[in-house]
Ligand binder design. Sequence first.
Ligand code: ZN
Length: 299
Amino acid sequence: MSAQFHNIQNAGWFRFRLGEFECTAIWDGRLLQPYEGIFPNANLDELSRLRDKYHLPKDNIPLDLNVLVVNTGRELIVVDAGLGTTEKMFGAGMGLMGNNLRAAGIDPDDIDIVLLTHLHPDHAFGLLGDGSVPAFKNARLIVNKLDWDYWTDTAKLKLNDFRAPWVKGAIASVAPYRDRVVFIEDRQEVVAGVRMKMAAGHTIGHCTYLFESKGKALISLGDTTHHCVYESVHPEWHFAPIYDADPDESVRSKHRLFEEIAEGKYMLMAYHFPWPGIGYLEKSGSGYEFLPVAVSPVY
Ligand SMILES: [Zn+2]
């Protein structure tokens, strides 16, 4: 008898503890990034060597979209909001955050705080739910002002490049939250155990968020880095300049954060690493090795 193929995967959520905090990684989907131009200063022989060694896909680089939810026991916090369902600019296969939140037993109406790393579409457009209502109707939105000013600047709607549709989408996405936006500065505490740390370069106001509880620490890196192999081994590689506002600044931020993570033995969560994007960094040669945590059904 031939049994039917199912062609579906289990729900995209993974729960883990950080001290007294309960964390849940939520999968919003993934985009497929072509190799062309993605690491403009990479040595191509070295890129091929790593691609073959780690059995990475040859025709594109899959970039997952990993949203982090942290329940501190007092506040329910989400870091970044996925691409949402109102825009398909990076292809299909994203906008799954809402369904996966509910599958994980989290009601979006219970979210108190949305922390944004930056206002690019794949991080901010999911602020809008279906029908252009806010995805998190009771949440306040925390964002760095440099990033806010850049990506909600109506003058950029006239530009003749990718920024025009990105700004248009960002303005629409933050619109329902305008009366509950809180601007945050480098090293400022959000709530007890949660602190913002700037890591500019990818965007001018790109933020990371450090969560600490009972001696455990996790840093949510946003787009400080995009690939767990290429950029861990070669943090000096620039990421596509169409996306990185300042590739040199981005590399400096990456070096600084990687060193801090390796020395502090922090757990990291990277938004675009392979699902769920959680692990550790260890110094290795002139770069690092990413050590992913095992995704276990045991909580
Ligand atoms: Zn991104």
